[in-house]
Design a protein around this ligand. Sequence first.
Ligand code: FEO
Length: 403
Amino acid sequence: MKPVTEIAHGIHYVGTNDRTKHRFEGLWPLPYGVSYNAYLVDDEKVALIDTIDASFTGRLLENIRAVIGDRPVDYLIINHMEPDHSASIHAIRQAYPDITIVGNAKTLQMVEGFYGIGENAPTKTDILTVGDGDILRLGRREFQFFLIPMVHWPETMVTYCPCEKLVFSGDAFGTFGALDGGIIDTQLDTSRFWDEMVRYYSNIVGKYGGPVQKALEKLKPLLPLKTVCPTHGPVWTEKDFPKVLDLYDRLSRYEPLEKGVVIAYGSMYGNTEQTAERLARELAARGVQKIVVHNLSSSHHSFVIRDIFRYSALVIGSPTYNMHLYPEVQALVDDLELRVIPSRTFACFGGFTWAGVAVKRLTEFSERMGWPLVAPPLEIKQGFSPEKSDSVVEIADAITQKL
Ligand code: FEO
């Protein structure tokens, strides 16, 4: 029995899973793997929507042949040029030399720059440049293209198939996590994808909330959609797409998903860590249940960023190190500044041995972010003791009141 790949009439999944890559983009751990999704539309003409990571090109070609045999692919539509989706272009062009590459002007310029493929490039290929709202007829069905720049690259677009009420959405609505068997949300237990979707969104797309809001506005007239086909993670149907859409909407407005507190700290010898522990206990004593404590030397920052997008309050703790923040704390602070999150309930604490700088730096950070401190910072000289940390109750009280 052949595995079912048809996700709508004549529309096939031809992507694959990657369970060996340690870090996506060299940065983001993949504890549950990732899928690279590509789709084949079999009509009078055949169109491939995006390709996949270079390590799996052979599988992509096999998957395509399993659907159309020796017939050629007429069009390669590139919704997103990032190499996890475009790196198989050369192989596709070699297998199907008469193929026409379809993309917007920005995409095609990148295809030429990365791969030397284009109308006047070293590898000459037929090109079709499309703009916002343009239509391409395949036969029975047609595609319409919508540009959604900066979700999360400048060339990103989606391809809409009106007769199926289906959108090929690129990275939008995607998530980390391999597809263990089922491809469509109705075929699998989607509960394990929600955390990874928030981590994917907050780390990869999180800086671009404004462009995501514009994209959602542009896609509104297409709603309700029957099927949404992203380049990573499950294909969404009416079963789960409303939840995905709501999640993207809230995350791109930087609205916390839940009331709760993230305590993120660095600690060399456990003194700053004990302040973090005490604060967590004080919050719990005030009835706060959603508390996540991250030691920044052991929690990868992608999980910390995920939780900061999710919860409404953040407390950062740092020792003074080289007259600055502890390096792991500095890395988190830099990541947060890049993502321009407009508001969070914020407090900080720190420790030092001979000169206190960390709390000063964290206070400056709160000013740059526009997150006023909800309580005076606590800064402990040398060893932790319960007495020295007593003023942490002011932070716990203020945060509890704000939740
Ligand atoms: Fe999945 Fe932006 O690449």
